[in-house]
Design a protein around this ligand. Structure first.
Ligand SMILES: O=C(O)CCC(=O)C(=O)O
Ligand SMILES: [Fe+2]
Length: 228
């Protein structure tokens, strides 16, 4: 499938997120949802209300990741590393992201971030995900991806993906992103640069999910840095 990286790059630079329609088929989504109950594929289960993260649960995959998940992580890392390096320069950060995921994973592992971060999330009616950032240590790859695995309206209602950005000295701006089953959203993990009239500023991004009002909602989250 052809992916329009010019458009994605423009979206990410102007808004900090970009939607990729129909990245996965309905069958891909159903297969991924089914993995949730295969306990030995995961290293950890998190019950969100126990940590003040919201309500719902998620599981981090163990290495080796399932094929679908590791191919997505590899496929998207390389083009996103180009944007990551551009942002790093604009934000005057020292980090230079290597071209291949393998090399970036090495960097994470050498500094003690060895645990895989791709995850499946599962929400039922009443569940929600508070605005947050997926930071798991010193090394942060500045972009991540979430893929919606159920169909709004048919499988669940409510449960909208929310992105916020905070400019220096300003209140936050929120955007609700309408996703369908199989759509992927690529978004900034934390800081992103914005070119102003005179100089570059730094916007802080957060993301979350509004309350699911009925049904079940699952997401696949792909984060490129590993965790301590
Ligand atoms: O369930 C969602 O849409 C959000 C998932 C999330 O927070 C993530 O993938 O990091
Ligand atoms: Fe998240």
């Amino acid at each position: 499938m052809g992916i329009d990286w010019t458009r994605i790059t423009e979206d990410l630079n102007s808004r900090g997120f970009s939607c990729l329609r129909n990245l996965l088929t309905e069958t891909d989504c159903t297969d991924l949802v089914a993995l949730y109950d295969e306990e030995d594929r995961f290293r950890n289960r998190v019950v969100m209300q126990q940590h003040g993260y919201g309500q719902g649960e998620y599981r981090y995959f163990s290495y080796p990741l399932p094929d679908q998940v590791s191919s997505l992580r590899e496929q998207f890392y390389q083009p996103l590393s180009v944007i990551a390096n551009d942002w790093s320069e604009k934000l005057k950060a020292d980090m230079r992201y290597p071209d291949h995921l393998e090399d970036y994973t090495d960097i994470c592992h050498r500094s003690g971030q060895r645990r895989p971060t791709p995850l499946l999330l599962k929400y039922k009616a009443g569940d929600y995900n508070r605005l947050h950032q997926d930071l798991y240590g010193e090394h942060v790859f500045p972009l991540q991806m979430a893929i919606l695995l159920n169909q709004p309206g048919a499988d669940f209602t409510g449960g909208e993906f929310v992105v916020t950005e905070q400019s220096p000295r300003m209140q936050s701006r929120a955007t609700v992103v309408g996703l369908n089953q199989g759509d992927a959203l690529i978004f900034a993990v934390n800081d992103r640069p914005r070119m102003g009239l005179k100089r570059m500023s730094r916007l802080k991004m957060r993301h979350g999910v509004s309350e699911i009002t009925s049904g079940n909602r699952h997401t696949l989250g792909i984060i490129f840095h590993d965790a301590t």
